[in-house]
Design a protein around this ligand. Structure first.
Ligand SMILES: Cc1cc2nc3c(=O)[nH]c(=O)nc-3n(C[C@H](O)[C@H](O)[C@H](O)COP(=O)(O)O)c2cc1C
Length: 358
């Protein structure tokens, strides 16, 4: 390839990778994503191309810097001959300005932390303060917090699948805690139904039948979290969306079908959502907690989803499976997939579980 063509390719590469970094950074910032597909790699590629570009143009840069040192006066400058006319394309000055701007952007981003939003603009912080005892004051007391809704959700028309007794291998709790990792690569092949039964039991199973207490704690034992499972590959189950009927340790088939592609798209391209044998989807029915705990509701509900998520993680580890929490997803498509309105009931948290290499 001719040198000139190589330079064009490098410039095109810089524009593409730089543009992608800018766009993905903007989208991540606007939507609050913790990461964006290939953002970092595009940044590294752009930096490598800039260095290569500097290398290719080193002689031009050097002679420009030397000419700057000599500082010829305008009057003393002889008229430019056609041979010394600047070549069409990027001028040295333009190139230097671009390179300096890129470098200073990189240094600024790297060494100076992003400015913190003022507390007044941070709704989360405002909510945190408002939900402190006394924080909501009279305004909170004037609100209508509503009535107590039904304690459990049911799909009376849905086909029911009784779950077998869970497979509960003996495992040392300390070993399981130490071995727990987020695993995102899964082997193919079905998950035994007994394992899914054990995972659901760990998530929300009833462990104290007399009082209906469950495996994970809940503020006031109100249990606002509903557990759904997207089944991709489980022995004896059709792929589809199921709801966990806690009281009977059974599954209700909400919808049959292959949900892998929809989950990956709604999960912003996170492929593990389609590779795992199952994906747990935790939703909250806010009113179950709100009628009693009022302004503290949102705090409690998020904490409870975290408890359940950790139970799934630990149970998966104890069963020799891998799990990964997923907080980065587009809410509306997942709520649509579940058939919930996103107001009374909304998705909070996903956890994938699948077979992993030992
Ligand atoms: C609230 C929450 C949200 C998370 N969201 C994602 C996610 O969207 N995608 C992902 O790959 N990992 C996600 N994770 C997993 C973390 O990346 C992981 O826990 C972290 O890298 C530490 O690794 P470890 O779990 O193996 O200790 C999430 C974890 C938590 C607690």
């Amino acid at each position: 390839m001719q040198r000139r063509h190589l330079e064009y390719v490098v410039i095109a590469g810089m524009m593409l990778t730089g543009g992608y970094v800018l766009l993905s950074g903007l989208l991540a910032h606007l939507f609050g994503f913790p990461q964006f597909l290939l953002h970092h790699w595009a940044g590294y590629a752009c930096a490598a191309l800039v260095i290569f570009h500097l290398f290719l143009n080193w002689r031009r840069i050097r002679s420009y810097l030397l000419a700057l040192r000599r500082r010829p006066t305008r009057a003393a400058t002889p008229p430019a001959s056609p041979a010394s006319q600047p070549r069409s394309g990027l001028s040295r000055r333009g190139f230097l300005i671009g390179a300096l701007a890129g470098l200073s952007g990189f240094l600024l981003g790297r060494f100076f932390p992003a400015s913190r939003p003022p507390a007044e603009g941070d709704l989360g912080l405002q909510y945190h303060r408002w939900s402190m005892p006394g924080g909501s004051g009279l305004a909170g007391l004037r609100l209508d917090w509503g009535l107590r809704p039904p304690a459990v959700k049911a799909y009376p028309q849905a086909p029911r699948i009784s779950l077998p007794a869970p497979r509960l291998p003996r495992a040392d709790v300390w070993d399981v805690i130490a071995a727990r990792r987020s695993r995102r690569e899964y082997l193919s092949g079905p998950l035994p139904l007994e394992d899914l039964s054990a995972l659901l039991y760990a998530a929300q199973g009833i462990t104290e039948p007399r009082w209906g207490f469950r495996a994970a704690p809940s503020a006031g034992a109100l249990y606002p979290i509903e557990t759904y499972v997207a089944v991709h590959d489980v022995a004896g189950l059709e792929p589809g969306l199921y709801h966990y009927a806690v009281a009977d340790h059974a599954l209700e088939l909400v919808r049959m079908g292959d949900l892998r592609a929809s989950l990956v798209v709604a999960g912003i391209g996170q492929e593990m959502l389609g590779l795992a044998q199952v994906c747990f989807l935790l939703t909250a029915l806010f009113q179950r907690t709100r009628w009693r705990y009022r302004e503290r509701t949102y705090r409690y509900i998020l904490l409870e989803a975290g408890h359940i998520g950790q139970n799934i993680y630990l149970a998966a580890t104890g069963l020799g499976l891998g799990a990964c929490a997923v907080g980065a997803f587009l809410d509306d498509p997942i709520n649509d997939l579940l058939g919930v309105d996103g107001e009374e009931e909304a998705v909070l948290y996903l956890v994938t579980v699948g077979r992993v290499a030992a």
